[in-house]
Design a protein around this ligand. Structure first.
Ligand SMILES: Nc1ncnc2c1ncn2[C@@H]1O[C@H](COP(=O)(O)OP(=O)(O)OP(=O)(O)O)[C@@H](O)[C@H]1O
Length: 311
């Protein structure tokens, strides 16, 4: 069974088309990173899955059930960290947990869950006095009640300090090891890179890529980074202009006596020769594997160029 399935989902808010026909499958047990820049439609997609918004067209299933018709049954089996979560100012952290545990008819230990997210120390204080990050950790602990089959986390690392973000990744790993499916959105690639099996990139309401982290990396072979250090910076500016005009090169930036060249994976010698031909001596060079961040930029730039061509 698939954990999540979107079939040609379209969502319009008046004139704004938030989703333009999204097809997406997330398998059970997968840790899926849902990436995209601000306004791409990530929250709208999640809100469709949670039946907070109704799609204009298309359909969605969660754990094999229809997202609209079976939203109550779905809710019993999933844990959610929504985008605009709220806490009850007057209730303590422990009372929040007790409320969810009771409503889910579960038998979790509130303290143990709050311990896992790192707010057990404050569990008998009113949540109204919690910091933003503490509130977020509390809502996450509430999402973990009753060992959900699927966790849907909307930007879970936003607002967390580095320690909190690391804890979040550990939690995702633990939940995945227990057998849960995890679907989480982020616009920070570094946050998902280390824990995700699969990554989907959403842009302008369209899924522009879906692959394993490794698969996306190899697709980005075209965007290898070559850092070239020259013996003498005289003439480097002219040399950079010549290198920039090579068809294999997508961009060059200068950092002192170094040039950072984004180029196709097999263009290393062509680029180095171009520097030498332009009259500068290459003293040293190193290549860097494209990070997911570069990859994301490459994908989004590509879409941008396609749009310009169409216009
Ligand atoms: N209730 C709404 N009414 C009108 N427009 C909306 C509504 N919800 C979302 N939109 C629009 O739909 C588009 C997608 O928004 P969405 O919040 O899904 O993006 P996102 O990828 O989650 O962005 P972010 O990373 O900034 O949270 C945006 O243009 C947004 O303005």
């Amino acid at each position: 069974m698939t954990a999540i399935e979107l079939n040609d989902v379209r969502k319009e808010f008046g004139d704004v088309v938030a989703l333009q026909g999204v097809d997406l499958t997330v398998e059970e047990g997968e840790v899926f990173g849902f990436l995209g820049p601000n306004g791409a439609g990530k929250s709208t997609t999640i809100n469709v899955l949670l039946d907070f918004v109704r799609p204009t067209a298309g359909s969605a299933t969660v754990l094999g059930m229809d997202a609209q018709d079976d939203s109550k049954a779905i809710r019993e089996r999933i844990g959610v960290l929504p985008e605009g979560y709220d806490v009850y100012e007057r209730l303590t952290g422990r009372e929040h947990m007790e409320f969810v545990i009771e409503s889910k008819d579960a038998d979790d230990d509130p303290e143990a869950l709050l311990e896992r997210v790192g707010v057990a120390d404050a569990m008998d204080r009113r949540a109204g006095g919690y910091s933003k990050g503490m509130k977020q950790r509390l809502v996450l602990a509430m999402a973990l009640v009753d060992q959900p089959d699927l966790l849907i986390l909307d930007e879970p690392t936003t607002g967390l300090d580095p320690n909190g973000a690391r804890k979040m990744r550990d939690l995702v790993r633990e939940e995945s090891e227990r057998g849960a499916t995890v679907f989480f959105s982020s616009h920070i690639l570094g946050q998902v890179e280390s824990v995700c099996d699969t990554v989907g990139i959403l842009q302008d309401g369209r899924l522009i890529a879906k692959d394993s982290v490794e698969g996306l990396r190899s697709a980005a072979q075209g965007d290898m980074k070559l850092v070239v250090t020259v013996a003498d910076a005289d003439g480097l500016a002219e040399a950079i202009e010549q290198v920039r005009s090579l068809p294999e090169v997508s961009g060059v930036t200068r950092e002192g006596d170094r040039a950072v060249v984004n180029c196709q994976g097999d263009a290393k010698m062509t680029v180095l020769n171009a520097f030498e031909e332009a009259g500068v001596t290459v003293e040293d060079f190193e290549t860097e594997e494209a990070s997911l961040e570069d990859l994301f930029t490459a994908y989004t730039d590509q879409r941008e160029r396609e749009r310009e061509v169409q216009a």
